[in-house]
Design a protein around this ligand. Structure first.
Ligand SMILES: Cc1cc2nc3c(=O)[nH]c(=O)nc-3n(C[C@H](O)[C@H](O)[C@H](O)COP(=O)(O)OP(=O)(O)OC[C@H]3O[C@@H](n4cnc5c(N)ncnc54)[C@H](O)[C@@H]3O)c2cc1C
Length: 414
């Protein structure tokens, strides 16, 4: 049994991609960091791949942390065009990186499609070359917080029984134990949907195009992978998920073809191959606050949103950026857990998280409406969006993550 207490500056619970990136960012700032993970994360690629679409702002952040070069070597998909359709209507929105300029610089990509296993692998490679103490297969038993410090009682494989720090960061995902132990109530609901994930090969090359097709039961997204295939995320009701999960590949490809808008199938051609399927429950979980004395939440522990707009990981990486900036201030250097530092983090994140959560909910609601006239309203909105250059460019900005990236940077430089 381990004994003794180790003192570090900051302890992070949860070594998923966000906890790992937060640890790397703080290590770069010179903090001594302990990173606690209850599991032993699987770093081998899964079948199907579980991928995330990351915007340009996130890529820049991963580049800064030294994670991106390894990721790029393993191969990432690139999104240069996005086509959004509403199934069974002629409504289309086409977002295009071509010719889009921001402050005189040509934007040649709207997003990057990254395999989560590759992302974790790249983070763990960097962690092993850093000064971070990574303790896997380690659980949190209890927290003791006072005005000066936090002491975390551990069990499992850690070399010590307790770790003491000035700040505790909860990066332990949607059902965060740290959020619960800190007494922070979550808010949200279960969408009563599953996100079905598979990798498919189609007749035609994807030409770096992502598709999103809105259906009454939820969205269906096609994300272009590095090797010419697509990763699909299909939001379906639980009973439909069970039915699809038990289908033979040929029958599943038939069901997917039926669910996909004809304007998308025209571009992809026939679906030729499908991997095994995986499914994820979809829920909205927002922490009512992101901080408590000596505690901060980041990533899904702070906000879990519907994947319809592909923003969860992007939001989490902006948490990392904002918290690191607060900790890089002179106040942070004096005491990383003091209220002014936590307040700067919380205030810096509230608006962005609320805006993205509201935007995502708006999409889920608008496209889930079954009221008479709702379809006409949606198609009118989509046609308007396609024709209004300003709105379309704002959406491209959002897809590329540059607006938020810029806003964050302006805050830090102020
Ligand atoms: C189907 C689907 C598609 C998505 N697509 C996109 C997309 O295209 N773009 C995008 O930006 N986002 C997307 N997301 C969201 C994105 O995947 C998440 O926001 C992101 O993975 C959250 O990372 P995290 O590190 O905060 O949490 P997690 O990945 O959940 O990591 C939490 C870590 O903490 C550990 N842990 C948990 N509890 C404890 C504990 N008590 N003690 C110690 N360790 C603990 C876990 O083992 C895990 O390693 C998608 C989500 C889904 C479900």
């Amino acid at each position: 049994m381990s004994s003794g207490t180790q003192t570090v500056d900051i302890v992070i619970v949860g070594a998923g991609a966000i906890g790992a990136c937060q640890a790397l960012a703080l290590d770069r700032l010179g903090y001594e960091v302990a990173l606690i993970e209850r599991g032993c994360p699987r770093l081998e690629p899964t079948n199907p791949e579980r991928v995330v679409a990351l915007n340009e702002g996130s890529r820049i952040e991963l580049e800064r942390l030294g994670v991106w070069p390894a990721l790029a070597q393993k191969g990432t998909g690139r999104i240069r065009h996005i086509l959004v359709t509403e199934c069974k209507t002629a409504s289309l929105v086409h977002l295009d990186a071509d010719g889009f300029r921001r402050r005189g610089t040509r934007l040649d990509t709207l997003g990057h499609v990254v395999d989560m296993a590759h992302l974790l692998q790249a983070c763990y490679e960097r962690l092993s070359a850093s000064g971070v103490h990574l303790w896997k297969e380690t659980m949190v038993r209890r927290l003791h917080v006072d005005s000066e410090k936090v002491v975390v009682e551990l069990s499992g494989a850690a070399p010590v029984a307790n770790v003491q720090a000035r700040l505790l960061i909860g990066a332990d995902g949607t059902h965060s134990q740290i959020r619960r132990l800190a007494g922070i109530a979550p808010w949200g609901w279960d969408y009563n949907r599953f996100g079905l994930v598979a990798s498919i090969r189609c007749e035609h090359d994807h030409e770096q195009t992502a598709f999103e097709c809105f259906r009454n039961s939820g969205p269906l997204a096609y994300l272009p992978l590095a090797d010419g295939r697509y990763s699909i995320v299909w939001a379906v009701r639980p009973r439909e998920a069970t039915r699809l999960l038990h289908m033979e590949p040929q029958a599943f490809m038939g069901a997917l073809t039926q669910a996909t808008d004809a304007s998308i199938l025209e571009r992809t051609g026939a679906i030729r191959e499908v991997s095994p399927l995986a499914s994820y429950p979809l829920e909205l979980t927002l922490a009512r606050r992101f901080t408590r004395p000596r505690i901060a939440l980041v990533g899904n522990a702070a906000h879990t949103i519907h994947p319809v707009a592909g923003q969860g990981m992007n939001l989490g990486l902006r948490d990392v950026l904002r918290l690191s900036a607060a900790l890089d201030s002179s106040a942070g250097r004096r005491d990383p857990g003091q209220p002014i530092v936590l307040q700067a983090y919380s205030e810096g994140r509230r608006l962005d998280v609320a805006a993205v959560a509201a935007f995502t909910e708006g999409m889920v609601d608008l496209f889930g409406l079954r009221l008479p006239g709702a379809r006409a309203l949606r198609s009118l909105g989509m046609r308007g969006l396609q024709r209004t250059a300003l709105l379309r460019d704002l959406l491209i900005d959002h897809a590329a993550g540059l607006a938020q990236e810029e806003a964050q940077r302006e805050v830090f430089c102020a």
